[in-house]
Write a protein that binds this ligand. Structure first.
Ligand SMILES: Cc1cc2nc3c(=O)[nH]c(=O)nc-3n(C[C@H](O)[C@H](O)[C@H](O)COP(=O)(O)O)c2cc1C
Length: 651
């Protein structure tokens, strides 16, 4: 007998009426902008497909971003949606339709960067008549001069928000979001740090709010009643003298007259890691701001930041801390999160690990990528993936992230897949971080991938090494080799000692690790393992030969990691390890001086080497052999999932 449907998270699944529209649930896709736009600021098919995916995944509102209301003087980043270009209309319309056809509400974020307009990336000549202006004159840390906005420029900026609003409404968006946070123009007016005006737009709190409220009023007049306006603002800034929570409460009270949803974010321009909490921050660490604001207002409040756990999000709603939860990175890792919550399939959700691959890649290569979700960046191409012409028997050697991803993708495409893992559990090297609190998403990742394999019909065999003989007797159509990498063993005297533990053994031998630890190798693995051991109460010194540590960390994760290391560990750079003794690690400085760094245990994290011998032995044992994951080249999880997914698509 079939069981009647009952949502496990009824509050997350409850609809909400706002103005003339109804949110189908309380889980929304926070603004995420990527530069796959044309040079004149039109949406590409790739960008539209990206937002469409969020809608197909079940989000109630999908907020397209970032639409720039002043493409001459107000761009926050190099490529944005240009609301002054009449040619943008068709793309906007197609985007709104792509979102709406999956039952989500199409929203779009309107912004002006003000003093932080990025046109300095252009040459003097191309800059032409552009002007960098903000509420008050100032010199930016990079030396650029900002001019104080005239009354005329203020009126013009307000007008531009209004005409941008008219355009997006015409394009078929159901609602819009005004960006008043994260350090951009409206935020600059709200913050005492950047607004030192003495006219009606600066001085008292109320006067600092005026520009934002004038924008809201003008937009409201343009879009009319019933068309929801969401305002996104920062409830605090880290710098002394900046926006405080009481300021934000007062602003929320004033803004609710014109706005239908108050979207509470946090952090000013230099506060990247407040706005985007890193893996070291508690899940939902910014929700407290929304909770405080909610006590003072009557319109719905949205919370955002490091949210991805249905249990926690349901609790936020149950306790009245917010009415809506918004997610950005969580919906990169799994755009179907809302749908899976509604369908009680939460064990299939891939949780974001907050590694910042998405942000760093956007910054470094202007592309869209997610470490866990290899579909990100190819949403448009994915529409044309044809099913395989002839389903094959695929054997996969290795149950790490690469092997598991290949298994899921291949099985979902109709291939018959057997995955063999030599060890007694799945997960590969991720298993050594099982207990690391800031990597708590990894055990969940392994569990979700197991579940996905089960649902896709993958046969998993543990304790089954794949030898050439095994492959020959199994006789698959294709073999994927994903046997991973092993710890490097640099020729250091004493490395065989009982006091030495390798990074890859962290979980298995943790109970042997003493209270004073010396970590050899200041790469990402050494730094994160060292940090974990320090957080678990040990005194940790990280020893690195080069001049800096975590050089292999991405540029968004690295500053957060370095701050944690500075707070909890000792970091010694420029030291060569000469010897390991029972007393610790003997190091040599470039000048030739020797010193002992005392330690009960030495954690060796000197890098990984691919299992090339195993790979070479398996080459030529099946008609198709693909080598994937760390056994090609040790990498972060992203490298393995990305290559594995594509190898499975190619099958
Ligand atoms: C790749 C990426 C792009 C983003 N782009 C924007 C943007 O264009 N406008 C904006 O207001 N916030 C942007 N954000 C911030 C998110 O909306 C969100 O506030 C932040 O990531 C914290 O939420 P999360 O922990 O769920 O990721 C972006 C975030 C990411 C990860």
């Amino acid at each position: 007998m079939s069981v009647p449907y009952k949502p496990r998270y009824p509050l997350l699944c409850a609809p909400l009426k706002v103005g003339k529209v109804t949110l189908r649930n309380r889980m929304c896709s926070a603004p995420m902008g990527f530069p796959d736009l044309t040079e004149d600021g039109c949406l590409t098919e790739g960008a539209i497909a990206f937002y469409e995916n969020r809608a197909r995944g079940g989000a109630a509102i999908v907020t397209v971003s970032e639409a720039c209301v002043d493409y001459i003087n107000g761009k926050s980043h190099g490529r944005l949606i240009n609301l002054q270009n009449p040619g943008v209309l068709a793309g906007l319309t197609n985007c709104a339709r792509a979102i709406r056809r999956h039952g989500a509400l199409a929203s779009i974020e309107l912004n002006h960067a003000g003093a932080l307009s990025d046109f300095d990336v252009l040459s003097e000549k191309r800059r032409g008549g552009r002007e960098r202006f903000g509420p008050s004159g100032m010199t930016l840390p990079g030396g650029e001069e900002v001019r104080e906005m005239t009354a005329g420029q203020i009126a013009e900026a307000i007008d531009r928000f209004a005409s941008g609003a008219a355009l997006v409404k015409r394009a078929g968006f159901d609602m819009l979001m005004i960006h008043a946070g994260h350090g951009w123009l409206i935020h600059q007016f709200l913050s005492p740090l950047t607004n030192r005006r003495t006219d009606e737009y600066g001085g008292s709190r109320e006067k600092r709010f005026r520009f934002a409220l004038d924008v809201l009023k003008a937009v409201r007049e343009t879009v009319g009643p019933g068309f929801p306006i969401e305002i996104r603002f920062s409830a605090m800034e880290a710098a002394p003298g900046g926006i405080t929570l009481p300021d934000a409460v007062a602003f929320a009270e004033a803004a609710q007259t014109y706005a239908d949803i108050l979207h509470v974010s946090a952090g000013g321009e230099p506060d990247f890691h407040i706005t985007h909490p890193p893996m070291f921050s508690e899940p939902g660490c910014n929700v407290r701001f929304a909770a405080e604001i909610k006590k003072h207002v009557s319109v719905p409040v949205a919370a955002v930041g490091a949210l991805n756990e249905p249990e926690q999000m349901e609790k936020i709603l149950a306790e009245g801390q917010a009415d809506i939860v918004c997610m950005a990175r969580a919906l990169l890792a799994d755009s179907e999160l809302p749908k899976k919550v509604e369908q009680n399939r939460t064990d299939e959700i891939l949780r974001c690990i907050r590694c910042f691959t998405c942000h760093a890649e956007r910054m470094l290569t202007q592309t869209r990528i997610c470490a866990l979700n290899p579909q990100i960046g190819r949403e448009y191409e994915a529409k044309f993936d044809a099913p395989p012409t002839r389903p094959k028997r695929l054997l996969i050697a290795g149950g790490g992230p690469g092997g598991m991803q290949a298994a899921v993708t291949a099985a979902q495409r109709g291939h018959s897949v057997t995955l063999c893992e030599a060890g007694d559990a799945l997960g590969g090297d991720l298993r050594c971080e099982t207990n690391v609190p800031f990597k708590s998403a990894f055990p969940k990742y392994i569990a979700t991938m197991k579940r996905r394999m089960e649902l896709a019909g993958v046969e998993v065999r543990l304790n089954t090494p794949v030898t050439p003989e095994f492959v020959r007797s199994f006789a698959p159509d294709a073999l994927f080799v994903a046997v991973g990498a092993e710890a490097m063993r640099p020729p250091i005297p004493g490395l065989d000692g009982e006091n030495v533990v390798f990074g890859t053994e962290l979980e298995r031998r943790e109970n042997e690790i003493g209270s004073r630890v010396a970590v050899i190798g200041g790469g990402l693995v050494g730094c994160e393992s060292g940090l974990y051991l320090a957080l678990s109460g040990r005194s940790v010194t990280i020893i690195e030969m080069r001049g800096e540590v975590a050089a292999d960390a991405n540029p968004r994760h690295r500053p957060a990691l370095l701050a944690e290391l500075a707070a909890h560990t000792k970091v010694r750079t420029g030291l060569r390890v000469a010897e390991i003794t029972p007393e610790g690690v003997v190091c040599e400085s470039p000048e030739g001086g020797r010193e002992l760094i005392g330690a009960d245990t030495v954690l060796c994290a000197a890098g990984l080497r691919p299992r090339t011998e195993t790979v070479d032995a398996l080459r030529g044992t099946a008609p198709i052999v693909e080598i994937i994951g760390d056994c090609v080249k040790p990498d972060i999880i992203r490298g393995a999932t990305w290559r594995a997914y594509h190898a499975a698509l190619d099958l």
